[in-house]
Ligand binder design. Sequence first.
Ligand SMILES: [Zn+2]
Length: 159
Amino acid sequence: MGIFQRLFGSAKKPFGSRANADAADSIVAAMRARQSAQTSGTFETGEKSPERILCSDNDCPCTDQKSLVIGKTAYLYISQGVVDFRKDCLSILERDMKIQKMGRDLSPSLLFVDGGVANPFYLCEVGARQRRLNLKVALADAEQVAKTGFAPLRPTPKD
Ligand SMILES: [Zn+2]
């Protein structure tokens, strides 16, 4: 049993289908994730192929909790705060380490300003319009994130 397995062995269980993945493998995967993010100008969101997408915009007045459809009704909001926060932690692993480190000196609630700075979020058309997002770009970004698990490292343009 490798050192990483011994250190992180107990943390493997909650990840469902990935339960059998070796922890050392996931560190290698994180390094690969950062590398591909760096070369493509993206950051890892870890939300590849989500089963169900709901509007996660707290400022959106929608209440129907309808599932959003990729390429049709699902939009993505990448705030300037997300870009600023993620530019030095492109992979999920680095992000989580940064959050953990921040947690020691800062209030975690800071992470949830404007829907959170750790990750972009999906929202419905009503929410996207309310934020005056460029709908075409926000739709394409949602599609990219769902397909690849990586989002562009720039804020969603506004109309
Ligand atoms: Zn909404």
